[in-house]
Write a protein that binds this ligand. Structure first.
Ligand code: PXL
Length: 286
């Protein structure tokens, strides 16, 4: 069984970060180890948030793992609580044994052209350094523009988007996947655009676009966790991305159909049986 280490916060309420990564990676049949970066009473879209930064504990946890000789097949980072913490996590990549380990970075920083509450404008340049050390990064458009210090705009052509991804890969990431992308022909769908620097290839996959009367929270974390889980199950990257797009769309659709939906996070729980079924159908074949 593959062991995945996921490094992100625990938002006690909010259906995001470790709250979705743990169940989804476990559902994929991988062991989910966690290194919490911070404890928040709820994610930062809530009005009242208590937050404790766990940077000082992270180092001690890692030292204990090193004493135990614990290794990981995949390191997946998400929401990091401060600029300094990004440096700490980069240092961990040096200290944890490498080998054929996959480094998957979701550069969680913002959405709709704005950084999340609490992140300084200097945060993206530090995150760019972590992205440069990764095999796969999964920014949304806000995060891709911030990483490249480009103004945010929503009217990029697909050629320009591929150019952004190429630049992210020139900085060091092997493969850059833009999330929240619509097809170039204007079809009303939502999915991903991938550029892989290893073979200079582009891949797209689009699923149903679930229209809602409010922005959805946590869908990026659900997508990234599903992709990491699928990769840990041995599914090739393009298929893992396609499955994760479908699972995220279904999570949003389940939320939209629920009478008791919460404003702060979508119903990935209802879509989990679909995800497990798809993983199993794939792994039965390989
Ligand atoms: O879903 C991304 C995320 C993760 N963790 C925290 C957040 C957010 C987005 O707002 O606030 C604490």
């Amino acid at each position: 069984m593959k062991r995945v280490l996921t490094i992100q916060d625990i938002s006690c309420v909010g259906k995001c970060s470790l709250g979705v990564a743990l169940p989804i990676i476990s559902a994929a049949g991988a062991e989910a180890a966690v290194l919490p970066t911070a404890v928040l009473s709820a994610h930062t879209a809530f009005a009242h948030v208590y937050k404790r930064d766990l940077s000082a504990d992270m180092d001690k946890i890692l030292a204990a793992w090193q004493a135990e000789g614990i290794t990981f097949n995949c390191i997946y980072t998400g929401y990091l609580a401060s600029r300094e913490q990004i440096g700490t996590v980069s240092g961990f990549l040096d200290r944890l044994p490498g080998g054929d380990r996959l480094v998957f970075v979701d550069p969680v920083m913002g959405d709709f052209g704005r950084l999340y509450a609490g992140f300084p404008n200097t945060f993206p340049e530090q995150m760019a350094q972590l992205c440069a050390r990764s095999d796969v990064i999964v920014p949304n458009l806000t995060e891709a523009c911030a990483l490249l210090d480009e103004p945010y705009r929503e009217d990029y052509t697909q050629e320009r988007l591929v150019e952004l991804l190429r630049r992210l890969c020139s900085a060091g990431a092997k493969c850059a996947v833009l999330t929240g992308v619509s097809p170039a022909d204007g079809t009303d769908k939502l999915g991903i655009l991938k550029y892989d620097s290893r073979d200079d290839s582009v891949f797209t996959y689009f699923g149903e676009h679930i229209h809602t009367d409010q922005p959805l929270h946590g869908t990026g974390d659900i997508f990234a966790s599903a992709c990491v889980g699928a990769l840990a199950a041995g599914i090739p990257l393009d298929d893992a991305l396609a499955l994760s797009v479908e699972f995220t769309a279904r999570s949003a659709a389940c939320w939209a159909a629920a009478a008791d939906r919460r404003w702060y996070g979508v119903d990935f729980e209802t879509a989990l049986p679909y995800y497990i079924g798809q993983i199993r159908a794939y792994t039965d074949k390989i």
